[in-house]
Design a protein around this ligand. Structure first.
Ligand code: HEM
Length: 449
């Protein structure tokens, strides 16, 4: 692939060329996942709640009681990962403050970690949580990337996608007609709708959607700290395939640009042009974020509505709105459960001084259940008037660029499903994805009629 490769720092001691790549992979895993895993596991054993949250697989099913334990410690508490907040106002303040950033000042890290990060760097396997992905860079670079993509996500541009979303949903539902027995709604519908929509928006061939889904599912794990080596390797393999696909796709579009966003990005005038690495990072993020999150919204919403049948019926009867149901599902079972920020300077926050460089983990899924903002927050209620106040799409300058599109896909996708299969029921135990940052279902067995 053609992503630019930064010059590597000399390894202490000679590493023959043929061993350089495996050595880099091993170092990358160790510094990003191996060491954090050891540290978090040790913290968890000592009773640290964030350590437990990150390491205890049983909490994947239901992290919400642990969030309440953390909330009882106050709006901002210490943890193995620096500070952590479950508070909606504190999370919102951090997200909107220019005293916090997503970037991390590597110069403060011990020399060996700095060396490992640099030596392990490999643009051919870079994930969405690595610079220069806009998700993890601060202004001015963030502003530059964001400006280039946000034109494709204005309310007007998003609304123009409505017919395509509707058409795609109906086509997928046509394929489900007549299917007896149990169907996996994630594989057959919830995952398909967003990937088809983002493929159209980005001008990538929809025939490759099964590849995207496979790659996306493996690569999503790189958002979580402490991955075991085997999962890390499979995520990196998927990322390499995605980057290879993107390199070929960019070449094709440079030759024959279309009307889509990626065509625009690859044909920018020289003064605006992205470097190869920036281009890969930007499009990889759009592609991944475009379908790896909305699938979770759809799956989580179906399970919630199945458990609250009166609300499904009210939505079908038109006495409640699908837009509101989407907001409430995003609030109560958020597809992105957490994010992080670092203080760029000493900051006064929630009655304490947060020192420059301190990392704060924002538990968005907990902030969205803050009882000071959402009365009786554990109650699913599609008529809740203030559900839209949730932070499921984050806030501040990194507010989800695809929020409008995701909302539209959610509302149209759910309404179309309920119209076609009004008697749909969950039939069997849905299986959660084995992920920490993203929350959704891997398998969702339903009976359609
Ligand atoms: C239900 C679906 C979705 C959810 C819950 C969601 C959630 C989020 C969250 C929480 C962030 C910010 C993370 C942070 O502040 O650290 C984010 C950023 C982002 N999302 Fe989404 N997202 C969804 C759908 C989409 C879609 C459909 C797209 C694209 C088509 C998209 C593209 C992006 C991009 C590009 C960013 C980075 C924005 C920036 O850093 O400025 N998302 N999303």
């Amino acid at each position: 692939m053609s992503a630019t490769t930064a010059p590597r720092p000399a390894l202490p001691g000679a590493v023959p060329g043929s061993l350089a790549r495996p050595a880099r992979t091993a170092v990358r895993w160790a510094v990003r996942h191996g060491l954090p895993a050891v540290y978090l596991s040790r913290s968890a054993r000592r009773g640290d709640l964030v350590g437990r949250l990150m390491r205890d697989p049983s909490l994947r099913e239901h992290p919400y009681d642990l969030y309440e334990q953390l909330r009882a410690r106050g709006p901002l508490s210490g943890s193995s990962l620096g500070l952590v907040t479950t508070s909606h106002p504190v999370a919102q303040e951090i997200l909107r403050s220019d005293r916090f950033g997503v970037g991390w000042d590597r110069s403060t890290a011990p020399a060996v970690i700095r060396w490992a990060l640099e030596f392990g760097d490999d643009p051919t396997a870079a994930g969405v949580a690595e610079p220069p992905s806009m998700l993890v860079v601060d202004p001015p670079d963030h502003t530059r990337f964001r400006r280039l993509v946000s034109r494709a996500f204005t309310p007007r541009a998003t609304a123009a996608f409505e017919p395509a979303i509707r058409r795609t949903a109906e086509r997928l539902l046509d394929d489900l007609e007549g299917r007896d027995g149990t169907v996996d709604l994630v594989g057959a519908y919830a995952a398909q709708l967003p990937v088809l929509v983002i493929a159209e928006l980005l001008g990538v061939p929809v025939e490759r959607r099964e590849d995207f889904l496979r790659w996306g599912a493996a690569a999503a794990a790189t958002l979580d700290p402490g991955l075991p080596l085997r999962r890390f390797l499979s995520a990196e393999k998927a990322l390499r395939s995605m980057h290879r696909f993107l390199a070929e796709h960019f070449t094709r579009l440079r030759r024959e640009p279309g009307e889509d966003l990626v065509s625009r990005l690859v044909t920018l005038p020289p003064e605006e042009a992205l470097t190869d690495r920036e281009l890969h990072a930007t499009v990889l993020l759009l592609l991944g974020a475009g379908f790896e999150t909305t699938v979770n919204l759809l799956g989580n919403a179906v399970v919630l509505l199945d458990a609250h049948r009166d609300q499904w019926d009210a939505l079908r009867a038109g006495t409640a709105g699908w837009d509101d149901a989407v907001e409430e599902a995003l609030r109560i079972d958020s597809p992105v459960q957490l994010t992080g920020r670092s203080a760029r300077a000493d900051v006064e926050l929630a009655g304490r001084t947060v020192a420059a460089g301190t990392r704060v983990t924002l538990l968005l899924g907990a902030a969205n259940r803050d009882p000071d903002v959402f009365p009786d927050p554990g109650r699913f209620d599609v008529t809740r008037p203030d559900a839209r106040e949730h932070l499921a799409f984050s806030g501040g300058i990194h507010y989800c660029v695809g929020a409008g599109l995701a909302r539209l896909e959610g509302a149209i996708g759910l309404a179309a499903l309920s119209e076609r299969f009004p008697a749909l029921r969950v039939a069997g135990r849905p299986q959660r994805r084995d992920l920490q940052t993203l929350r959704g279902f891997e398998v969702l067995p339903v009976r359609l009629t």
